[in-house]
Design a protein around this ligand. Structure first.
Ligand code: SF4
Length: 383
């Protein structure tokens, strides 16, 4: 059985930098969405689904009221067998949690909370358009713990406009002061057509200088290592055993079913994409149709590319034997030139696993491109 991702595409309001699919919808839209979600479960998994990991993401799952979360819990009871589940994560925007919602999450089966904090600095929270004040995240973590959610992860951003290393260290220090077992640390990116990008284009905000961003990347790694959190993925750090098992399924390119508007699935080497519009999603399901807008069976070439793209993000890298099996010959012979150059430059290591060094992780995109291009330039991969 694949892992299960469920997308809740609703937020209180859009953050300045966000290009994820989410909307500020009304209660009736949300109620309708939950009915449609159950239809998708029924159509796709008429006999139910028994995933090992579940991730409830968004959007903001905790934008739902406590009652709507309880409704979601009823849907899960009818459609999802959690007896084999080893991890059930819910993304939480700290500004939306209440004790009642935390209880509803626990009743749903959630045992891990991923708090989208982004920063503890009031100026950055404001410029990012986050909906809460500095004092809110500690209260939200306390609520989750009081309800029985023991595993806590936090998302922070760095390379924010005007941010310096001291401010970053302060954010890291505060994040870890809650006994956090897992941190996700992403450099701010300027996505197309967001208010923040428009501010960048008009000169209202200045991007973080590249050199400072590199220094921040190193600071994040050093700070976490000293605090007992190991980098296991380029942007993710965990205490031993606290890695996000669900996200590891993505990075190792396993199988997962993504349900909900805008969700993606990877099943039997096929990418399935749902309509990223909650109304179109509900319309389709009310008409008894699946809400798919794209189905792409990956060729071997695309499978190799996807595997490199995802697994080279991991500290463990990618198993060379898996690449051999995929391409039907020795990967190390096929990509010998690129591997030799990248090894000489100190960017990769290649034994039983192909992995990036710390330096390689800083230029991950070009490392992947170099290897993928070499595979592309040689004879065609089997279909
Ligand atoms: S809470 Fe998350 S998903 Fe919602 S707008 Fe902000 S960044 Fe985007």
């Amino acid at each position: 059985m694949p892992s299960l991702y469920v997308h809740i595409p609703f937020c209180v309001r859009k953050c300045e930098y966000c290009d994820f699919y989410s909307e500020a919808a009304g209660e009736r839209d949300i109620d309708r969405y939950l009915v449609a979600l159950e239809c998708e479960f029924t159509l796709r998994y008429p006999d139910g689904i028994a995933p090992e990991t579940v991730f409830l993401g968004g959007g903001t799952p905790t934008r739902l009221s406590a009652e709507q979360l309880r409704t979601l819990g009823e849907i899960f009871k009818r459609r999802v067998d959690l007896s084999r589940c080893i991890e059930f994560t819910c993304e939480i925007n700290p500004g939306t949690l209440t004790p009642e919602k935390a209880d509803a999450l626990v009743a749903l089966g959630v045992d891990r909370a991923s708090f989208g904090v982004q920063s503890f600095n009031p100026d950055f929270l404001k410029s990012l358009g986050r909906i809460y004040e500095v004092g809110t995240p500690p209260q939200a973590v306390a609520m989750a713990r009081a309800a029985g959610i023991t595993r806590v992860s936090m998302d922070l951003m760095f390379a924010l406009p005007g941010q310096n290393l001291t401010q970053l260290r302060d954010d890291l220090h505060q994040a870890l002061s809650f006994g956090t077992e897992h941190l996700s640390l992403y450099a701010l990116t300027y996505e197309d057509d967001t208010p923040l990008t428009r501010d960048l284009q008009s000169g209202k905000v200045q991007p973080c200088p590249e050199e400072l961003e590199r220094a921040m990347f190193s600071t994040v790694g050093d700070f976490c290592a000293k605090s007992g959190l190991q980098r296991y993925e380029v942007s993710n750090f965990a205490r031993p055993g606290a890695e996000c098992r669900h996200n590891l399924v993505y990075w190792r390119v396993g199988e997962w079913a993504g349900l909900g508007a805008g969700a993606h699935s990877m099943l039997d080497h096929e990418i399935i994409e749902n309509a990223a519009d909650h109304k179109a999603y509900a319309d389709a399901l009310e008409a008894g149709k699946l809400p798919f807008v794209r189905r792409e069976k990956l060729t071997v070439g695309r499978q190799v590319e996807t595997l490199l793209l995802m697994a080279l993000r991991l500290d463990e890298g990618v198993e060379v034997a898996r690449l051999d099996a995929l391409i039907g010959e020795k990967f190390t012979a096929r990509a010998a030139d690129a591997l030799e150059t990248l090894t000489r430059q100190g960017l990769i290591e290649c034994g039983a696993h192909l992995r990036c060094t710390d330096r390689g992780l800083m230029v991950l995109d070009s490392v992947i491109l170099e290897i993928a291009c070499v595979l592309d330039r040689t004879t065609a991969l089997p279909a």
